[in-house]
Design a protein around this ligand. Structure first.
Ligand code: 13P
Length: 251
């Protein structure tokens, strides 16, 4: 069975002081939780402080992005080794906001996924269609291109280290959640793609999160779907109470 994984993507929110407060509150409630992999993804500036705050608990740490090169003249960028040094074990890659505002393509995401794996970071690879694409009946085509492009050339051993996050762009920050049926349909399609790219064992072991206006009121039903293995939470992860409730909904 796949262990559920719930990650909080704090995006560009929380000062260091606020991040410590939120991480400490989550640790108090969930520090001993072994049934769900719990990952906090603060902004870069708060990673070290959150790392120290959650130390000794089962709550884990991730980043929201990284560069694919090891070091060098890449002003403003952060490498995988820099994240590992702060005890990050996960990194969100190819979030739709990175794709939309920073021009990230599947080819770029693929380079980042390979660099993350080489550094022993587990990539949380985001995919998802826009409203326009869904209404044009192109959801599966878009998802297939993103999955094949972002995961190109990975071995089965690499693939099982990856987490996928299906985040329909129209559901992010909008309050519009995909229905459990809509989400399950795409998750099953993604699992089918993994079967095609690799094999049944890989398809059965890769965890696929849902993201997009997930909150305590809808989390349990979404994560209760057979191919939904957790959540990638934005807005509701900025408050301990709602994040904790969502995590409890995964058990
Ligand atoms: P919201 O939960 O705010 O819709 O954001 C989802 C998301 O983008 C997580 O990566």
């Amino acid at each position: 069975m796949r262990k559920p994984i719930v990650a909080g993507n704090w995006k560009m929110n929380k000062t260091v002081a606020e991040a410590i407060e939120l991480a400490a509150a989550i640790k108090r409630e969930l520090g001993d939780c072994k049934d769900v992999d719990i990952v906090l993804c603060p902004p870069f500036t708060a990673i070290q402080a959150v790392s120290e705050t959650i130390t000794g608990s089962h709550v884990d740490l991730g980043a929201q992005n990284m560069h694919w090169e090891k070091s060098g003249a890449f002003t403003g960028e952060i490498s995988a080794a820099m994240l590992r040094e702060l005890y990050c074990h996960y990194v969100i890659l190819g979030h739709s906001e990175r794709r939309q505002y920073f021009g990230e393509t599947d080819a770029i995401v693929n380079k980042k996924v390979k660099a993350a794996l080489a550094a022993n970071l587990k990539p949380i690879v985001c995919i998802g269609e826009t409203l326009e694409e869904r209404e044009a009946g192109r959801t599966e085509e878009v998802i297939e291109t993103q999955v094949r492009g972002s995961l190109a050339d990975l071995t089965p051993r690499d693939l099982v280290e990856c987490i996928l996050a299906y985040e329909p762009v129209w559901a992010i920050g909008t309050g519009k959640t995909a229905t459990p049926e809509q989400a399950q349909e795409v998750h099953a399609f993604i699992r089918g793609l993994l079967r095609d790219i690799a094999d049944e064992a890989v398809a059965q072991s890769v965890r696929i999160q849902y993201g997009g206006s997930m909150k305590p009121a809808n989390a349990r039903e979404l994560m209760g779907q057979p191919d939904i293995d957790g959540g990638l939470i934005g807005g509701a992860a900025l408050e301990a109470r709602s994040f904790v409730e969502i995590v409890r909904g995964a058990i």
